[in-house]
Design a protein. Structure first.
Length: 318
């Protein structure tokens, strides 16, 4: 049996060994794989692991030995699942491994944006605090989170974990979700429409999956509903946001800030309007990538492979 990992660099940059998968034998690992290399690398493989390398119907047609695709992520839109099913290829994902890491990153970005610790450190190194002479020195006003409203779009596992942290900070939580089930028990919780949420929230945090229906739904019209003091956080998918409209809203003062871990093109294009936008904090799609989350991802992926080999596949997507 041959098992191929097509883009393993982000899962294991050197600190997260492949041992859980090596035990199955025949493991080949590639850090990265271009689209025109997929067939040559997977031609005789029965099991393939992919994170972002795409598998279209045309590609699947050229891989007659392929029986199982293990997506090393929660999102599985890189695989034409319907085409895989037609060819008898099982597809699995890892539905819960980075929940706490992503929720943590939401607040890492938010607190960094509000308190600017790195900027204040540099100001001290540059002598600005000493030059002012006061015992306390700030580059800009600092805000408390307590009493503010966070609006969560997509109240699944990660959205709920984010809500729990927000509540611990004393924030009021409102949410919009396609299925309004399992409401939060915190005081003042409300289900809102997306439009109402963008109007009322001081912080909007995006946690919904990207589909063909909601691609670019955060557009100029929706952003115009936000308060000029409010902030947008996106740790979900970059394609949910119209980036030209977001850059315009930031540059025009329509909103106070955008904190983005994801972009429509990754790595971000050199011509992206977000690079020059005011009050835009960018991180390179790392919310999922804590060491602990990557360990969970590795072990659950190995469990998915083992379950498939035992004839009882788990975490199957359709």
């Amino acid at each position: 049996m041959k098992l191929v990992v097509l883009d393993g660099k982000t899962l294991n940059p050197g600190d997260n060994p492949w041992a859980p998968l090596e035990r199955f034998g025949g493991l080949e690992v590639y850090d990265r794989t271009a689209s025109d290399e997929i067939v040559s690398r997977c031609g005789d493989a029965s099991i393939v692991l992919t994170n972002k390398v795409p598998f279209t119907a045309a590609t699947l047609d050229q891989l007659p030995d392929l029986k199982f695709i293990a997506v090393t992520a929660t999102g599985y839109n890189v695989v034409d699942v319907a085409a895989a099913a037609e060819r008898g290829i099982v597809v699995s994902n890892v539905p819960e491994y980075s929940t706490l890491s992503v929720a943590q990153h939401v607040f890492a970005m938010l607190l960094s944006f509000l308190h600017r610790p790195a900027d204040h450190h540099q100001a001290i190194v540059d002598g600005q605090w000493q030059a002012v002479g006061d015992f306390s020195f700030t580059l800009a006003p600092i805000q408390e989170l307590a009493g503010k409203t966070i609006g969560i779009v997509g109240l699944g596992r990660t959205g709920r974990a984010t809500a729990a942290i927000a509540s611990a900070f004393g924030m009021r939580v409102v949410a919009s979700s396609r299925r309004q089930i399992n409401p939060l028990t915190g005081e003042g919780f409300e289900w809102l429409s997306v439009e109402q949420l963008f109007e009322r929230a001081d912080v909007v945090s995006i946690h919904c999956p990207q589909t063909e229906e909601n691609k670019g739904f955060i557009d100029g019209q929706l952003l115009s509903r936000m308060k000029p003091t409010s902030m947008l956080i996106n740790t979900a998918r970059g394609g949910l946001v119209d980036e030209q409209a977001l850059a315009a809203a930031l540059n025009d003062g329509g909103i106070a800030g955008a904190l983005l871990d994801v972009c429509s093109t990754e790595p971000i294009g050199t011509d992206s309007p977000l690079l020059a936008a005011k009050n835009c904090l960018l991180t390179p799609h790392i919310a999922w990538a804590t060491f602990e989350a990557r360990q969970r991802l590795m072990h659950t992926t190995a469990e998915n492979v083992e379950a498939f080999l035992q004839g009882q596949p788990q975490n199957v997507v359709s």
